[in-house]
Design a protein. Structure first.
Length: 561
């Protein structure tokens, strides 16, 4: 049965033999999930992606059973069994009467559609099961508001919840299956092949697709450097039998937190990898790194550290912690690849496709940030302050020291006006090319240029006054959107010193005089709750070297030096 026809048929509530008062269909790159009342039905798409083969009905049935078996390790009460989907006189239906709760049908079971089989002596003939047109995994529906992703989004999760999760994962890995067959999948050649495969399978997205081709080069180079550095360590751990049968797909929306339940039922983890042992048999660090990366992706580096601290202490594996950035980058690349695959599917609505592309970009940039040393990591630094506080001078020095490209509001404004950088455009405050509409145009252009450079994996300094808090927020939101570190350095100096600097200033891109300085000072907006966390003050009233050293401390804190 063709997939679109199957989706349409199973979107009819008559396909279910139980009340369906809340219904929704969700598509991933490999599955169609039907949320139907109190239950969930997950159908595997007939796809062969190389790393996954659901190409035949028999294979899809097999992997449905594997999904139930493996996920019962961490969610025993959620996975109810495997259900055949059949065609009847009244339409396509889930055949719960012939569902398999514990495993595949016994060898030799008769599943001939529409015929009868002999009943036990003295009994009446009973109809055999209709031939399935598809198979589905049947699950209990869990409250979406209890996913770890929802808890994090609401700011309601506490560090101790994450610490408990870290310790539970360490216990799960300690009890997981291991052995020579599993350990060989943790060998360096397998790990390196998996990591390179993510890039290879996404190459078309960089070459003529929605991703910047320069980013692919950055990712490839950074990956190979890190593989060279870690080869011996990865190989040694595999030889020692460290790899286990992991979960393989640990991200925030697969973890459910039930605070009113007693342990161990307070944590439920679903949706492990069932379709490829190469992805599931791995160093345990590769498993916990997925969750640690996802916490970073959701802006909770603090909770990511709590998770890592609790996990590696409980696992007694200090060496494993040194592998966390590499495996975190690998997991971010997996998420980027999956988002790209979903965005390429024709049945995905346009709004969801756009969100997938943004997720794809952000995960690739997060991966690059984890692979690169701080001095090469993509990032955004805003250097703001009143005229005469030394913004352009400091921006140039930091760019030279730390490999940033500088985008200057003074230069950009005059470029848009068709003027050379040194040409005078002096006017009264808020007049001429400094009128509000010109300010809006200049900041829009700076924002677009910063975005283009970040999407190439570059490091950007934006040199502008950032007097209005809304303008700061727009740039900091851009950094959040693409998961790159950001800081807003506000330059400050004593008023009289600034006035003397402006009076002595020679020709250059800035047109500000003392009157402009005073007008800007009177209109300076304090930071909002949204921008204050990224703001750091730099005293430029002393030597230039002192200003640089202060800035370096702030950039080190942000992971950019």
């Amino acid at each position: 049965m063709e997939l679109p026809d199957l989706i349409a048929a199973l979107s009819d509530r008559r396909a279910y033999d139980h009340p369906v008062d809340d219904f929704r269909v969700i598509q991933t790159h490999i599955s169609v999930v039907f949320l139907a009342g109190e239950f969930v039905y997950k159908v595997k798409k007939p796809v062969d992606l190389g790393f996954l083969d659901f190409g035949s009905l028999d294979k899809r049935e097999h992997f449905c059973h594997e999904e139930v078996r493996l996920n019962r390790r961490l969610a025993a009460d959620v996975y109810l069994g495997v259900v055949p989907i059949v065609r009847t006189a009244t339409g396509v239906r889930f055949d719960l009467a012939h569902a398999s709760p514990d495993g595949p049908p016994a060898d030799g079971a008769d599943t001939a559609g529409g015929e009868t089989v002999d009943a036990p002596a003295g009994g009446a003939a009973v109809p055999a099961a209709p031939a399935p047109v598809e198979w589905a995994v049947r699950m209990r529906r869990l409250p979406e508001e209890l996913t770890l992703e929802s808890w994090v989004a609401e700011g309601a999760i506490r560090p101790y919840h994450i610490a408990v999760l870290g310790r539970r994962l360490a216990r799960f890995h300690a009890r997981a299956a291991r052995g020579d067959e599993i350990a060989r999948w943790g060998r360096f050649e397998v790990v390196a092949g998996n990591a390179r495969e993510n890039l290879d399978q996404s190459r078309a997205r960089f070459e003529g697709g929605p991703l910047a081709p320069e980013l692919l080069g950055r990712l490839s180079s950074a990956l190979e450097r890190e593989l060279d550095r870690l080869q011996g360590r990865i190989e040694r751990r595999a030889a020692a039998g460290v790899p286990v049968d992991t979960h393989g797909d640990l991200h925030l929306d697969h973890v459910y937190v039930f605070p009113d339940r007693d342990p161990p039922d307070d944590l439920v983890i679903i949706d492990c990898i069932e379709f490829n042992e190469r992805f599931r048999y791995a160093d345990p660090v590769a498993d916990v790194a997925f969750l640690e990366m996802d916490l970073r992706y959701h802006g909770r580096e603090d909770l990511a550290r709590v998770l890592a601290d609790a996990y590696f202490e409980a696992a007694d594996d200090p060496e494993g912690r040194t592998l966390l950035p590499f495996y975190g980058a690998y997991r971010a690349a997996v998420r980027a690849k999956v988002s790209g695959m979903r965005a390429a599917e024709k049945e995905v609505p346009d709004t969801e496709r756009a969100a997938d592309v943004e997720s794809e970009r952000a995960h690739w940039l997060l991966a690059l940030g984890l692979l690169e040393p701080p001095v090469r990591r993509p990032g955004l630094v805003l250097i703001g302050g009143l005229p005469g506080t030394g913004k352009s001078t400091l921006a140039g020095s930091l760019a030279e020291r730390a490999g940033f490209e500088v985008l200057s509001s003074d230069v950009t404004r005059k470029e848009l006006a068709g003027l050379s950088a040194d040409a005078s455009a002096a006017d009264a405050f808020g007049a001429g090319v400094y009128a509000p509409e010109w300010n809006d145009r200049t900041y829009r252009e700076l924002l677009e240029r910063a975005r283009d450079r970040l999407l190439r994996g570059e490091r950007v300094i934006v040199d502008a006054s950032f007097r209005e808090d809304g303008r700061r927020k727009a740039f900091l939101d851009l950094a959040t959107r693409y998961r790159v570190p950001a800081r807003f350095l506000v330059l400050e100096a004593p008023v009289e010193r600034v006035r003397r600097r402006i009076e002595r200033r020679l020709a250059g891109p800035s047109d500000a005089d003392v009157d402009i300085y005073e007008a800007a000072r009177a209109r300076w907006e304090p930071p909002s709750a949204a921008t204050a966390p990224a703001m750091r003050h730099v005293d430029t009233g002393q030597s230039h070297a002192w200003s640089i050293e202060q800035s370096v401390v702030h950039l080190e804190e942000a992971g950019l030096l």
